[in-house]
Design a protein around this ligand. Structure first.
Ligand code: AMP
Length: 279
């Protein structure tokens, strides 16, 4: 397994693979890898001749009062996991290698306004910008993203379509802890009491899945789901919403494919979870 730090080095490695006619898969990450990331790398390994994992805590997707500095980092552990899962290359740039007084950004209108975009106004612009850069640098045939970040996945699919990126986006299912909590690098922030409290997200998701097929409107569904979270004293809801699966706009009747998504603060830690419902 190779490790590259610069854009030029990375391009040179990929260029040689392409010259040999090999297919390339990319798994973009911010590091501090867990089994959720590992599932993406495994899928990428199955479907491509060469596997690239990017490990980059992308500053442009963090707001001024967010956790950029505190975001957990452990590159030695990440590279051991990538090696074990059969990655061929880790691209691990420094922020200075990726951004030099940037003036170009990629924004996807509409889909970025609701859900996480409401409380994190520049987040998806940062995500789309860094993902576009990674697509240009690595030129992958396929790129792998988790359904855990469902709004991100919908936005990236739309970006690829609208901007004619020549690659396939592969969405991968949410990987959970044995007790139901969706795996996240941010789970490391939780105290033992908060870790217990954080189960209210997956409990609410389970409740939502139970009742969504019963023909109720979205307000009734959301009431049921919010009640589960509101019963937990350490939890504070940012949003619980039912949106159109493609546009990310709120819907009142569940008469089309929808995403049911939530963001909840457990103490100071903001966690997300979701499920999709196809009619
Ligand atoms: P991150 O390092 O948080 O930016 O995540 C990198 C990729 O891993 C994103 O596409 C995430 O959606 C995906 N991912 C993170 N957690 C999970 C999980 N629990 N299950 C599946 N995919 C995940």
């Amino acid at each position: 397994m190779q490790i590259t730090k610069t854009v030029d080095e990375t391009r040179a490695v990929v260029k040689e693979w392409k010259r040999q006619g090999l297919t390339v898969g990319l798994v973009p990450t911010m590091g501090f890898l867990h089994e959720g990331h590992a599932s993406l790398i495994e899928r990428c390994r199955q479907e491509n001749d060469r596997v690239v994992v990017s490990v980059f805590v992308n500053p442009t997707q963090f707001g001024p009062n967010e956790d950029l500095e505190a975001y957990p980092r452990d590159f030695a552990r990440d590279s051991a996991l990538c090696q074990e899962k059969g990655a061929d290359l880790i691209f691990h740039p420094e922020p200075e290698d990726m951004y030099d007084d940037p003036r170009a950004y990629v924004s996807i209108e509409g889909l970025s306004d609701n859900l996480c975009g409401k409380s994190r106004p520049i987040h998806f612009r940062g995500v789309c910008t860094v993902v576009s850069k990674l697509f240009h640098i690595v030129a992958p045939d396929r790129a792998y993203f988790g359904e855990k970040d469902a709004q991100q996945l919908a936005i990236i699919r739309k970006m690829v379509k609208d901007l004619n990126f020549d690659l396939k986006i592969v969405g991968c299912p949410i990987v959970r802890e044995a007790d139901g909590l969706a795996k996240s690098s941010r789970n490391t922030y939780l105290s033992p009491a908060e870790r217990e409290a954080a189960l209210c997200l997956s409990r609410s998701i389970r409740r939502g899945k139970e009742v969504i097929g019963m023909g109720m409107d979205s307000q009734t569904l959301l009431k049921e789901m919010r009640a589960v979270i509101e019963a937990e004293p350490l939890a504070r809801i940012d949003y619980v919403s039912v949106v159109d699966a493609l546009t990310m706009e709120d819907v009142s009747s569940i008469n089309r494919d929808v995403l049911v998504a939530m963001a909840v603060y457990i103490g100071k830690t903001r966690l997300i979870d979701n499920f999709s419902y196809e009619i």
